[in-house]
Design a protein around this ligand. Structure first.
Ligand SMILES: Nc1nc2c(ncn2[C@@H]2O[C@H](COP(=O)(O)OP(=O)(O)OP(=O)(O)O)[C@@H](O)[C@H]2O)c(=O)[nH]1
Length: 382
């Protein structure tokens, strides 16, 4: 498909400190930000668990560190818990803990009570290209332990590496894993424990889509965001709108019309184009400046009368819309509605920050640890 694009004023300045370094600002292990509301260990966390070589580290590297899928072939096995704090450059203020495959619950040094108590979501990764009998028994052991400690955890199962399977085989594998995992829970009288299943691969957008759904469940403001998006698109003649965390390309909310993978992929690709072009042409001569800032916006006109429209919402968030060319003729109206939408989003997250502030760090184990803290609005820009 040939693409004609205009990228306007991609970057001006957010200051050197806010510029995107090569990995878009993600720190390595446990990089804590100075004005972080909670000490790094009490931040809500997402756990990545599963058997050895199931693909846990690859998922984390591809989604949050821009590693290309082929490079994951050279990843070494993880042999201790790897804590990745992604709050300094992402909207979502959480930690991801990547576990080594062989976590032993009987090991007295493994304080699983402490770990599960502060957990928002537990992602269990199953290698769909391998025999998954052992993975299923490990899944059962892990989720039943975790549920006893903290029934508030969202349990997510990634049936991973499905790029190697045919479409029929994918459906059959998902059905089989779903059936067996739930039978095991029923046998243990744990019917209330709900597992969600996703077919994923790092070689396409499915891993970003699945991670988006996991993160969305942890955002308390989700219904408000969806509502705002619905109002915005219905008053602007827009077909679909996604609110993206720019760095990870996770969408944290969309309007209530169904998501089709193609639209999502198109929007992800647009973010890549904007950031890449901006990194080349948007920085100052001395290389300072930021690839994404308040001025960031882009319009891409496709040759099938579809228009993609991207605009900055906050330091970490962008709105990407899909609309028809004829609707785009009323750009003034869209921009006015966007202005109101942006203001509302800032208000939603300002309230969130104000509510979080008096309590300071969240008490580990309190019900609110399920919800991720959000970097929705930069405090000094509203
Ligand atoms: N085909 C395919 N291979 C994948 C996918 N994800 C990961 N892999 C490969 O699986 C292998 C193991 O990946 P890792 O990410 O190291 O697995 P891990 O679960 O972190 O392993 P441990 O650190 O030993 O627990 C690597 O060779 C990856 O390239 C996928 O979606 N599809």
């Amino acid at each position: 498909m040939s693409i004609q694009y205009e990228v306007e004023q991609l970057a001006d300045s957010y200051g050197v400190a806010d510029s995107f370094p090569k990995d878009f600002g993600y720190g390595e292990e446990e990089a804590d930000i100075e004005d972080s509301p909670a000490p790094s260990d009490s931040k809500p966390r997402i756990l990545l668990m599963g058997l050895r070589r199931s693909g846990k580290s690859s998922i984390q590297k591809v989604v949050f560190h821009k590693m290309s899928p082929n490079e994951t072939l050279f990843l070494e096995s993880t042999n201790k818990i790897y804590k990745d704090d992604i709050s300094s450059s992402s909207f979502v203020n959480f930690q991801i803990w990547d576990f080594p495959g062989q976590v032993d619950f009987l090991d007295p040094t493994f304080d699983y009570e402490m770990i599960f108590r502060g957990t928002g979501a537990l992602i269990f990764v199953i290698d769909a290209q391998d025999d998954y009998v052992e993975a299923l028994s490990r899944l059962h052991l892990t989720v039943s332990r975790a549920y006893r400690v903290n029934p508030e955890i969202n349990f997510e199962v990634f049936i991973h590496k499905v790029d190697g399977l045919s479409d029929d085989h994918k459906i059959e594998t998902q059905r089989d894993i779903h059936q067996r995992a739930n039978d095991d829970l029923a046998d243990a009288s744990l019917e209330k424990l709900h597992l969600s299943f996703y077919l994923t691969s790092i070689y396409d957008h499915s891993i970003f889509e699945a991670f988006s759904k996991v993160v969305q469940k942890l955002i308390p403001q989700l219904p408000t965001l969806e509502n705002l998006l619905n109002i915005f698109i219905s008053n602007s003649g827009i077909e679909k709108a996604f609110l993206f965390d720019v760095v990870s390309k996770i969408y944290i909310a969309t309007d209530s019309s169904p998501v089709d993978m193609q639209s999502y992929e198109l929007c992800c690709d647009m973010i890549d184009v904007v950031i890449d072009v901006s990194c080349i042409y948007g920085l100052r001569e001395d290389g300072s400046g930021s690839a994404y800032d308040k001025e960031s916006m882009a319009i891409i006109k496709l040759n099938n009368t579809t228009v993609l429209y991207l605009k900055e919402v906050t330091k970490f968030l962008a709105l990407v819309c899909i609309l028809r060319e004829e609707s785009f003729e009323r750009k003034g109206l869209i921009d006015y509605n966007f202005h109101c939408f942006r203001k509302a989003i800032h208000e939603v997250f300002e309230v969130g920050v104000t509510i979080q502030r008096p309590t300071g760090s969240q008490a580990v184990g309190s019900p609110c640890t399920k919800a991720v803290a959000l970097n929705g609005t930069p405090r000094n820009t509203v």
